[in-house]
Design a protein around this ligand. Structure first.
Ligand code: PEP
Ligand code: MN
Length: 361
């Protein structure tokens, strides 16, 4: 992908690049009041407001639609802020371009659908406008990349990826599970692609927004998109996750912004020493895993001789329980230990069934 750096088209953006504004544009007054308050902070680079709202159930507020586009024009002209909104069809694109919206974004529910993304990309062919692409609802990195590529192939080079979390079966603390590994993988694959975090849709809870902002900064993300409303509890959509402009300032000022490198030589040599320790430990881990595999092969052999299945449920339950207890003793995170032993056990079963199949041939 050919990507133009954020700095070249949003020179005022600092670190973090901040996008803020209400989930939905509700009235001209609400839009202008929010935009004025955000402009006054001096910390926000782009004003967001949803005009067409994808809602899970019908008969809830689906955005005021086209009517809100002139309000965004007023934000631009009278408040002096660049504006952004979500587009989900060629018609939306056409209307946004007609009303001079500065930046478009594709929502999570559209990113999942290649037909929709292609329709939007076709409508943008030959248009020089920045587009931000939210991750798809489901945890599929390829789908996210595919959407970015469809736009890029139509000449959109001012791209931004927005990490807004994923819908997963078990909802724990967050509305949308962040699965940080996925945006990190995107960052490694496309280091030039600006990547920003949407703590509002990840958390679904304004009380948790601040900690997710810090986490995104600690992962070296480039910016944040934060839903901001003058009276969040009265918002027509996503009332529980929006923050006031005052709270936004507080959150942004409290951020501890680190950088990827340090000019301090001592720091580098310290880090090098720790990294050597980590390298040694990782090598030991690999050796242990290899030893484990050779024992698994012996188990497989014994099982074949006695006609016993590779998976023995009671053994797995007992093994997992023991490992989780041992992990707790060692103060390791339980979810982490579970994930590791799920993977180790899955591999062990695979090695055993492969062994059974090899003997059969
Ligand atoms: C939004 O930004 O208001 C929105 C609808 O987000 P998402 O597409 O991430 O659900
Ligand atoms: Mn929202």
């Amino acid at each position: 992908m050919q990507i133009e750096p954020l700095k070249s088209w949003m020179p005022q953006a600092g670190k973090p690049f901040v996008v803020a504004g209400p989930c939905s544009a509700e009235s001209e007054e609400q839009v202008l009041q929010t935009a004025r308050a955000l402009k006054a902070t001096g910390l926000v680079h782009l004003f967001r407001a949803g005009v067409w709202k994808p809602r899970t159930r019908p008969n809830s507020f689906e955005g005021v639609g086209e009517l809100a586009l002139p309000w965004l024009q007023t934000v631009k002209k009278e408040v002096g802020m660049l504006t952004a909104t979500e587009v989900a069809s060629a018609k939306h694109v056409e209307l946004c371009l007609k009303h001079g919206v500065d930046v478009l974004w594709i929502g999570a529910r559209s990113t999942v659908n290649p037909f929709t993304v292609q329709e939007i990309a076709d409508a943008l062919s030959g248009v020089d406008i920045p587009v931000m692409v939210k991750n798809p609802i489901n945890a599929d990195l390829q789908l996210w990349i595919g959407a970015l590529e469809r736009l890029n192939q139509k000449g959109i080079k001012k791209l931004v990826a927005i990490h807004r979390g994923f819908s997963v079966a078990e909802k724990l603390t967050f509305r949308n599970s962040p699965l940080w590994r996925i945006p990190m993988e995107l960052k490694v694959k496309y280091p030039d692609l600006p990547l920003i975090c949407d703590p509002s849709h990840i958390t679904g809870d304004r009380e948790l927004v601040e900690s997710v902002c810090q986490k995104a900064m600690d992962l070296d993300m480039d910016g944040l998109i934060i839903e901001t409303h003058p009276h969040p509890e009265k918002a027509w959509s996503d009332a529980s996750q929006q923050v006031t402009p005052e709270k936004l300032v507080q959150i942004l000022k409290a951020l501890d912004i680190k950088s990827e490198f340090s000019p301090n030589q001592n720091f580098d040599s310290h880090l090098e020493e720790f990294r050597r320790q980590i390298d040694r430990l990782d090598n030991e881990l690999l050796h242990i895993l290899s030893l484990r595999s050779s024992v698994v092969e012996k188990i497989a052999h014994t099982k074949v001789e006695n006609s016993v299945t590779a998976l023995q449920r009671h053994r797995f339950d007992q093994l997992m329980k023991e490992r989780l207890d041992a992990g707790k003793e060692l103060k390791l995170d339980t979810a982490y230990v579970k994930e590791i032993f799920d993977a180790i056990h899955e591999q062990s079963i695979k090695e055993q069934t492969d062994y059974f199949n090899k003997l059969k041939k």
